[in-house]
Design a protein around this ligand. Sequence first.
Ligand code: C2O
Ligand code: CU
Length: 490
Amino acid sequence: MNGRKVNRRAVLGIGGAALVAAGLGWSIFEPKRPGKLLRSRAPLPKPFEARLVVPPVLQGDQIVQREAELRILPGLTTRAWTYNGSFPGPTVVSRSGRPAAVTHRNQLSEATVVHLHGGHTPAAADGYPIDYLLPETATTMAHHGDMPMGDVAKGSRTYTYPMAQRAATLWYHDHRMGFTGPAVYRGLAGFHLVRDDEEDALPLPRGERELPLMITDRAFEEDGSFRYPEGDDEYMNGVLGDVVLVNGLPWPVHEVDPARYRLRLLNASNARRYRLELDPQPPGGRAFVQIGSDGGLLEKPVRHDTLEVAPAERFDVVVDFGRYRPGTRVRLVDRDGGDVMRFDVTGGGRGDDSGVPDRLSAGAGPLPPAVRTRTFRFNRAANGMWRINDLEYRPGRALARPRLGEVERWRFVTDFHHPIHLHLNHFQVVSRNAAEPGPYDSGWKDTVDLRASEAVEIAVRFTDYTGTFMLHCHNLEHEDMAMMADFTVE
Ligand code: C2O
Ligand code: CU
């Protein structure tokens, strides 16, 4: 690897010499798929040797961000950045309508920022990328000298979430300006589940038959540590690892009863998108019964053979392993990559009284007509930086100023693949390439998958909180390389 080194801060144009990467001629060799494979230097583990682990549920309301030695590869340890010592971090479980406060303490050596992805959250608790939480050991409030600073705290910060939102699979992760990719890659990500009465009233699989599954890809150094090509501009298009982790373990295996399971799938990878299938398919196919998306329950279930999951998207699906003969080993595979994990169907277990009703949720119907339409173009500059409407991210420069309570139509167009994420409110996809939304666009979304040359329109109503929020690409290398924008709700 002899990639030119790029100083992120310089490239972001904040102090120092800007445009270090100018004139590299990106378009000539730009692949149509995002990301570049980074190979491990450690021997690869064998698939299906690790047992799936479900992340612990957070007890109390404190999360300590600290380094920890994780056991991911056989015979090696991985020094990671963690929430409470585990990767994924502890799962926060909240009740809709009941405010939740989570206090983060930073015992790492660098500043962090916590964002609740999918949270309907006031700006002050949203994890704006320069609202730094400095390490406990920091001696001053200054951070990196030349970086702009927002609301800075030292040692600890309490994020208060009103939780005035429906049941959904949310997740929290680091969101620090220019360094989200490496921070998440090193381990700063966890689930945050919201529950409510509407969902509890459904006979969905629960308890041991409800599995949050965080899918990530990583590469490893010889000593077992995470390998991340920090500052290497060959990876500005996204980092792809050669090991797939589910809940932090490589290609794990999980024994399941011949019964229905609820799988809350989250793609927390920096840049990799997955085309997930079960292999073998159950007789008759349609293995995945989708019951929810980023923003919670769908009105009606949607059945899929394949799930295309872009970074940050969640698919809440029910799989009935009772459709397989006991003894079947069912692999969850990525049609574009390889194995993800395996489910081994046993012969026993208690019976199955779960089910997926044809009507899941009252839904909200379509939003009222939009009062205005805005267009956002996602593209790449000649210097390799990623931009929105030809602008590299700059804190404090809002590309849109929607009014509180109003519905807007936002049009996203691109010449490349980008998963586009909006903070504050969930949205509905209203069209894809001037036609109907696609098979993975159902329900309330906070991240929409945009492929090369596509145009997607969403409808969104800005509710409850004024202030500044983010619109950005969730390919974390694109995000760090400036494909981000502020919008300010007034
Ligand atoms: Cu999951 Cu603004 O991020
Ligand atoms: Cu992107």
